[in-house]
Ligand binder design. Structure first.
Ligand SMILES: NC(=O)c1ccc[n+]([C@@H]2O[C@H](COP(=O)([O-])OP(=O)(O)OC[C@H]3O[C@@H](n4cnc5c(N)ncnc54)[C@H](OP(=O)(O)O)[C@@H]3O)[C@@H](O)[C@H]2O)c1
Length: 156
């Protein structure tokens, strides 16, 4: 399985000024539950934004043209994927999601209700093509009904 995991607001914002402009512990809990024990692939800026790095109990891979100490780096997603075993989660940001849509077979999306000031250097999740992806479920988060959990499965 290769999955994308993301939290988006109603305008598809995923981050602003290098950070995520909301905080939901229930979403972090879900993120941990799904990713622990697996490989996570992220962009360099997402790596830089992590308060604790590497993310514990996961194989962390950063996609970057730079050399970063203390974490496995690859210049291209394709090269990184070639050496992975088991489930892989693409955890952002925008550049990673954009390309990962080619490789992923599922998208695990948390829809948050927060409206943010989009003048603040925001980045967005790409639009999902309806002829490539089917929404297989859409449920309220069991612990916080403000959050919607959506799963999309690749159809082509
Ligand atoms: N809401 C969420 O679920 C979520 C999840 C993750 C991150 N975020 C937020 O998203 C923001 C960061 O995202 P971002 O889009 O600005 O940056 P990013 O994708 O995390 O990092 C961008 C950098 O990663 C490398 N990169 C990304 N995609 C690549 C590709 N396809 N091929 C090769 N290299 C690639 C490049 O590194 P080099 O410049 O080093 O070559 C690029 O400059 C932050 O605000 C973060 O908090 C939100």
């Amino acid at each position: 399985m290769k999955g994308i995991i993301v939290a988006v607001n109603p305008n598809r914002v995923i981050g602003c000024k290098g950070d995520i402009p909301w905080h939901y512990s229930e979403d972090l809990k879900r993120f941990k539950k799904l990713t622990i024990g697996n490989t996570v692939i992220m962009g360099r800026k997402t790596w830089e934004s992590l308060p604790i790095k590497p993310l514990p109990e996961r194989r962390n891979i950063v996609i970057t043209s730079r050399k970063i100490e203390g974490v496995e780096c690859f210049k291209q997603i394709k090269k990184a994927l070639a050496g992975t075993v088991g489930d892989v989660w693409f955890i952002g940001g925008a550049g990673i999601y954009e390309e990962a849509l080619k490789y992923a077979d599922r998208i695990d999306m948390t829809l948050v209700p927060d409206i943010v000031n989009e003048d603040d250097e925001c980045v967005y999740f790409p639009e999902i093509q309806k002829d490539e992806w089917r929404e297989s479920s859409s449920n309220k988060n069991e612990e916080n009904p403000e959050l919607m959990q959506k799963i999309f499965i690749r159809i082509t």
